[in-house]
Design a protein around this ligand. Structure first.
Ligand SMILES: *Cc1c(COP(=O)(O)O)cnc(C)c1O
Length: 438
């Protein structure tokens, strides 16, 4: 190094390191980031309890506590002292076998343990999928609205994200014409989330069949995020995308985080639901193993508990969860109908969320969804997720995975907030109509 490049303390001028371009941009929107900002805006002076309708984690509510069978399974696994070791990078064989059996219940063919890779929650399954499919110029089709981890992981992997819409007036079905228009010879896959986050929709068998046919024609893989598997309480039952695995290869992503309400246990899976072995032939399966050889595994004792958790949890636990969600989804839908400034195009039938549209033209001093949520947090201590966090500006995502009393309280406060911020002209009109009726 030349003399002139040194500063006083003997340090080289400037540093050689800098953050990766994908991570340096402060524009990356994440659900956690936005909810964190809203929480920091809360007015400390409000005596009322804070009501969280922005989260996707009901584990802290006593009514959503996981099954004792799951708790006991983990305790026994720890006590057995058999699971203090490192795990094989693809997961413990009994856990892989249990996941294969669990998913095969709903499929027209049998999965084998070799089809299953155990991951650190569904999030790692997303990470692995994006990394494995990345090649120069590759693009992937993602839903709008969607789950922003896909955008983030596609960006880290260097895969271009292209977006198709889910259609609110068609029960949030995939706009398949848009999918066909977006795809080209560099398109590798399309992502569906079913049951849906953030829309609470459940795809019908017929719609899934059309998705499979479309993907087959385009020569692309379907990535099916089924982290809310079986959390359905409407007219459409849950049908796994893997049902159509003989039409088009499917990578199924899931976890115990949502159905068992234990997102902190970090146990998920990435599964080749592909009876013709296309993914093996195209060496995708190899690449998954290679990637997992160089990453962290889920805790071995949680893997050790998986055969009990998946095999022994009784129907009573699942029924209790879905009937609670059915009840709170009803409350949510009914209360929102009574509020002028928001509309809900679709009554949720699955997952834990509903999307509602903000009618900004009815509101006096609200600029957009983020402004709405910040003021709502400040004035009412109610947290909602602004739609921009899931790709739909000026919508809101509301979670109904919360006890019914708190939900009623939160939606009541949402209603008074909307009434307070309604345009004066509309308020006057409403008053006149009311007076006429009297
Ligand atoms: C919660 C969620 C995940 C992440 O699941 P984990 O098992 O907690 O990692 C993935 N996809 C969607 C759509 C989710 O809502």
């Amino acid at each position: 190094m030349k003399e002139g490049e040194m500063e006083n303390g003997g340090r080289k001028k400037g540093w050689n390191f800098r953050p990766s371009a994908e991570l340096a941009a402060p524009t990356q929107i994440t659900i956690r980031g936005i909810l964190g900002t809203l929480m920091s805006n809360l007015d400390g002076g409000d005596e009322r309890p804070r009501i969280q309708l922005g989260h996707g984690d009901p584990s802290s509510f006593p009514c959503f506590r996981t099954s004792p069978i799951a708790e006991d399974a983990v305790i026994s696994a720890v006590r057995s002292a058999k699971y203090n070791c490192y795990s094989p990078s693809v997961g413990l064989l009994p856990a892989r076998r249990a996941i294969a059996e669990y998913l095969s219940h709903d499929l027209p063919y049998e999965l084998s343990p070799e089809d299953v890779f155990v991951t650190v929650g569904c999030i790692q399954a997303i990470e692995v999928t994006m990394a494995v499919l990345a090649h120069p110029g590759a693009n992937i089709l993602l839903p709008t609205p969607g789950f922003p981890i896909y955008e983030a992981r596609a960006a880290f992997a260097g895969v271009e994200a292209r977006h198709f819409d889910l259609l609110p007036d068609r029960n949030w079905e995939v706009d398949l014409d848009a999918v066909k228009a977006l795809a080209d010879e560099n398109t590798v896959a399309m992502v569906i989330i079913n049951p849906g986050n953030p829309c609470g929709n459940v795809f019908s068998y017929q719609h899934l069949a059309k998705i499979a046919e479309t993907a087959k024609k385009l020569g692309i893989l379907v990535i099916a995020d089924e982290v809310y598997d079986h959390l359905t309480f409407g007219s459409n039952p849950f049908v796994p995308m893997g049902t159509f695995g003989s039409v088009v290869p499917v990578l199924t992503l899931g976890s115990i985080s949502k159905r068992w309400a234990v997102p902190g246990w970090r146990l998920g899976w990435l599964v080749a639901t592909d009876p013709h072995g296309v993914l093996k032939e195209t060496k995708i399966i190899n690449a998954i193993s290679t990637y997992l050889n160089a990453s962290a595994d889920p805790a071995t004792f949680v893997q050790g508990a998986i055969p009990e958790i998946l095999g022994k949890t009784g129907d009573d636990f699942f029924k209790k969860t879905t009937s609670m969600l059915r009840q709170t989804a009803d409350i949510c839908y009914d209360r929102i109908k009574e509020i002028d400034c928001v509309t809900c195009p679709y009554k949720p039938e699955g997952s834990m969320f509903v999307m509602v549209k903000l009618n900004l033209s009815h509101l006096e001093d609200i600029y957009d969804d983020v402004d709405f949520c910040s003021k709502l947090a400040k004035e009412e201590s109610v947290i909602l997720l602004p739609g921009c966090a899931v790709g739909l500006k000026n919508w809101l995502r509301i979670t109904f995975a919360i006890d019914a009393t708190s939900l009623e309280d939160g939606l009541g406060r949402l209603k008074s907030f909307c009434q307070r911020h309604m345009k004066k002209q509309l308020k006057d009109e409403k008053r006149r109509i009311k007076e006429k009726q009297i």
